[in-house]
Ligand binder design. Sequence first.
Ligand SMILES: *Cc1c(COP(=O)(O)O)cnc(C)c1O
Ligand code: SF4
Length: 457
Amino acid sequence: MIQSTQNPAPKFQAVTRSNVEKTHQWASLDPELREGIEVLSLVLPFRTNKYVMDELIDWNNLPNDPIFNLVFPRSGMLEEDEFNEVRDLVRSEAGKPEINAAVERIRNRLNPHPAGQMTHNVPQVDGEPVPGLQHKYRETVLFFPAHGQTCHAYCTFCFRWAQFIGDEDLKFANKEVDQLLRYLRQHPEVSDVLFTGGDPMVMKSKVLERYIRPILEDPELEHIRTIRIGTKSVAYWPQRYVSDADADDVLRLFEDVVKSGRTLGIMGHYSHGVELKTDVSREAIRRIRSTGANIRMQSPVIRHVNDDAAIWKDMWREGADQGLIPYYMFVERDTGPKKWFELPLVNVWNIFREAYRNLSGICRTVRGPSMSAFPGKVHVLGPVDLAGGKALALEYLQCRNPEMVRRPFFAKYSATASWFDELEPLTEADAKFWPGNWDSDSLSEEGIQLTVSSSDE
Ligand SMILES: *Cc1c(COP(=O)(O)O)cnc(C)c1O
Ligand code: SF4
């Protein structure tokens, strides 16, 4: 095992609403940005950390710094009247109940669970629902370990924010790895388990091992070929793999997954090339890759953070230079401060194309832009002129109905639509790709089986 080189080990220090004024950057912050943070952090969960503040944010580049905008809330994330309401309550030192009532109302408007997440994807094992599991696409099960429901910092756009604000009803939680194992034994069609959150890498290695080792040791789980971990820790706290007290234990666990003959995929959430370029990030990547794990890069396009082709080009190139595999570019989904973040699909497509066409095939493993919509992952192929009119060409990369994958279809062109549900089928033939039409019999003529399998509830 590689020895940790950093000495003394830097300690993880969270920065939240309660201690942000004590950071040395706070005093020099523009008063308007400061008030924005004070007001917004009452409504949206706010958490960053010293490493992000000291090494990833360029404080001379405010208010446009991408990482600042990734973790610090801005006044523009709320409707103006909503912002003013909370700001005035704060200024007038209103009581807690009054502030809380306003905050609740705003949060409810922000649509905490898009794409039918809470109601449509909860699978059952032996007649019992398993709330920490999601099985939407045949080959891959998502697992949300109860202990991994937080992150080293919070992204302001995150659709999982409802999980972080202590609303029990909305919490995906599952303490029972037993249920996961039972489910997997009953589902030989599953080849991949994807641990996600929050961020599973906030867990101590001892806890993480309790979830992963049983899969390696169970003779009935030979069909699980790939273990994936979705994580932003590689960007927000790479010390996790370098100098944390259990960094070497984590790497040993990774090695053991690989030794079991499986693929270990670290699905790294990278938003910007700056996250890849610190010394500790380079060292973390080197150490993770030395275990035989591979690291893929995926992220949504976020306005004010990475809505620029040059950023993506630089990030994919830098990642590939360090042995990472560009994987997905996502379209941000319809939740949270949509107005602040939203970008038309055609703009996102342009960002993708502009970055992609300037890179070699080594970086063209990336797919996108892709929307994780209710029916599946919808790939925006781009605008086209057809006899039927101007259109947007689309395809499913993943679909609740596997028969639909990789069949090109068309939506009426829209210069403003920013999500799948704002698009309309171009022709009647295209309508079958919209889930509202999935009960229709006319589709079986095409040989498309529209019955949703039992795992897709
Ligand atoms: C993206 C996603 C997956 C994984 O899809 P891949 O294309 O295999 O990376 C699995 N389940 C859900 C619900 C997803 O959104
Ligand atoms: S790291 Fe991932 S789960 Fe955590 S806040 Fe960011 S996007 Fe959300």
